[in-house]
Design a protein around this ligand. Structure first.
Ligand code: NAD
Ligand code: UGA
Length: 475
């Protein structure tokens, strides 16, 4: 696509080489070969992995990412811990650092912990030179741009023989989903730019225009842009809690969740996507962004609005507990010493990310009840699971519970004598398993719990196994 005026931006820097910083900058570097892009992180370990000789060892698994890195890494895309120089030479700096929920102090459990945003702003204030456009890519509470601006302005010292430091602040939140990050970045539904400096907006627009149609690039004020991101995630999560609430009603009435999702999804005002019932939403963002929204509403005295959105999370937690409860219930109300095969540990397919995965919560419930779990996931390693549980393979879950876990490399082999198989992530390969064989080697009475609704009921009906499927109940 042709550019309409020569850009002043030649060097870009991104603070944060995570699930957003890495893929986003890879796509920019690939589409804008004239730009030099430095992706900087404070974690040496993470940068070492991004620079792994074997691209299979990079820290983020995303379909299509390796192919882009083959063309760009160490050509015009660099992963580095060199914060000072990268900031110094950058004309535009993206902030893609983590913004988790605060765990201690005022607002703990709800408010966003902005310490990484603040430290990024302080580093930019310290090292930047001349004019710098600062772009918020992280998801932040509305008004965070003001915080960044205040820090930048308060710290811009006049250095003799150097041009005065000046800044423009933009918001351009990222809407990618993990597992489809490259596809989402290459062909987004829309891109948002929030700000009030026309020149800075034009510069960022020029970058996006290299591969995105101008009609998809929306310009808003800073606060609308920041709040659009929190709102989008809240609306998406709300749909999942809504369909999950109906799934429980289906199970007691004989209605079928797929038929309902299909029939309501055909209404154009509702639409078909994000209507898959499951074990509750996971991922690093939905819960923390809704909590942030709830905190903001309470801060502004909007108590009823806060309560409304908090209910989305309450329902999500309830769905997880409901599922772990019914597994224990069907296994004669005790899973102590029983072997249970867990299929899927990532929070969704096509990613190795386990943050807030419902698998963790359901697995922990089973471990605390004494189960022996065999855990399989095509992309999550044994060491990742060990870190998540803070429990080594084979060790007891606690002093009071003899729950243990073991990594499973071979599903068919590990199905021998298990009491139950629980599908928690809808990896494609699970749909294609030989369920007749698996059921035949399980200890009887055997159970399959399909929390993602991916198995064909008609196929399972002909197999000698007890079956539960989300939104369809028991067979
Ligand atoms: P992440 O935890 O994977 O990565 C953040 C990285 O920032 C870490 O590697 C951390 O070491 C680094 N960092 C922290 N402070 C730094 C500093 N001062 N300088 C340099 N590096 C620093 O997080 P993520 O999943 O990439 O998410 C980043 C932001 O993007 C969050 O605000 C998140 O809400 C938002 N977001 C995430 C997704 C997603 O799918 N993960 C999608 C859209 C938006
Ligand atoms: C979500 C949003 O979809 C992105 O637009 C946003 O940029 C991102 O959060 C973010 O801000 O981090 P992500 O969490 O990667 O993306 O994945 P989703 O596809 O939204 O799935 C989130 C969770 O909801 C998963 O656990 C998934 O299994 C679950 N889900 C999703 C359902 O249970 N049912 C559905 O119909 C859809």
């Amino acid at each position: 696509m042709l550019q309409y005026k020569k850009s002043q931006v030649k060097n870009i820097c991104c603070l944060g080489a995570g699930y957003v910083g890495g893929p986003t900058m890879a796509v920019i570097a690939n589409n804008c070969r004239h730009l030099k892009v430095n992706v900087v992180d404070i974690s040496e370990e993470r940068i070492k992995l991004w620079n792994s000789e074997d691209l299979g060892d990079i820290p983020v698994y995303e379909p299509g990412l390796i192919e882009i890195l083959e063309k760009t890494r160490n050509v015009n895309l660099f992963f580095t811990n060199e914060l000072e120089n990268s900031i110094k030479e950058a004309d535009m700096i993206f902030i893609s650092v983590n913004t988790p929920t605060k765990v201690e102090g005022f607002g703990a459990g709800f408010a966003t912990d902005l310490k990484w945003i603040e430290s990024s702003a302080r580093k930019i204030a310290e090292y930047s030179k001349g004019h710098t456009i600062v772009v918020e890519k992280s998801t932040v509470p509305v008004k965070t741009a003001k915080l960044i601006e205040t820090i930048l302005i308060a710290n811009k010292k006049i250095i003799p023989n150097e041009p005065q430091k000046t800044f423009s602040i933009l918001s351009s939140p990222e809407f990618l989903s993990e597992g489809t990050a490259i596809e989402d970045l290459e062909n987004p539904d829309r891109v948002l730019i929030g700000g009030d400096d026309d020149n800075a907006i034009r510069e960022l627009k020029m970058i996006y225009k290299y591969w995105i149609n101008e009609e998809k690039i929306l310009v808003t004020n800073l606060w609308s842009s920041e709040l659009s991101k929190l709102s989008a995630n809240a609306f998406l999560a709300q749909r999942i809690s809504s369909i999950n609430s109906i799934s429980s009603l289906c199970e007691v009435t004989g209605a079928k969740i797929n038929e309902i999702a299909n029939s309501i999804g055909l209404d154009k005002r509702i639409g078909p996507r994000f209507l898959s019932a499951g074990p509750g939403f996971g991922g690093s963002c939905f819960q923390k962004d809704i909590l942030s929204l709830v905190y903001l509403c309470r801060y502004y005295g909007l108590v009823e609005v806060a309560d409304y959105w908090e209910q989305v999370i309450t329902l999500n937690k309830w769905q997880r507990k409901r599922i772990s409860g019914l597994i224990v219930d069907k296994l004669f109300n005790t899973v102590s010493q029983k072997k249970i095969l867990i299929l899927g540990f990532s929070y969704k397919p096509n990613t190795n990310d386990t943050r807030e995965s419902s698998s963790i919560f359901i697995a922990k419930d089973l471990l605390s009840n004494g189960a022996k779990l065999l855990i399989h996931d095509p992309q999550v390693s044994a060491s990742q699971i060990e870190n998540v549980f803070d429990l080594k393979e084979g060790d007891f879950y606690s002093k009071k519970s003899e729950g243990q876990w073991e990594y499973c490399n071979d599903i068919e082999k590990n199905s021998i004598d298990v009491d139950a198989v629980v599908i928690l992530t809808e990896w494609n390969e699970y749909k294609k398993l030989d369920w007749a064989y698996i059921s035949s080697v399980m200890r009887k009475p055997a159970w399959i719990f399909d929390t993602r609704g991916v198995l064909d009921i008609e196929v399972i009906r002909n197999i000698d196994v007890n079956f539960w499927q989300v939104g369809n109940g028991f067979f």
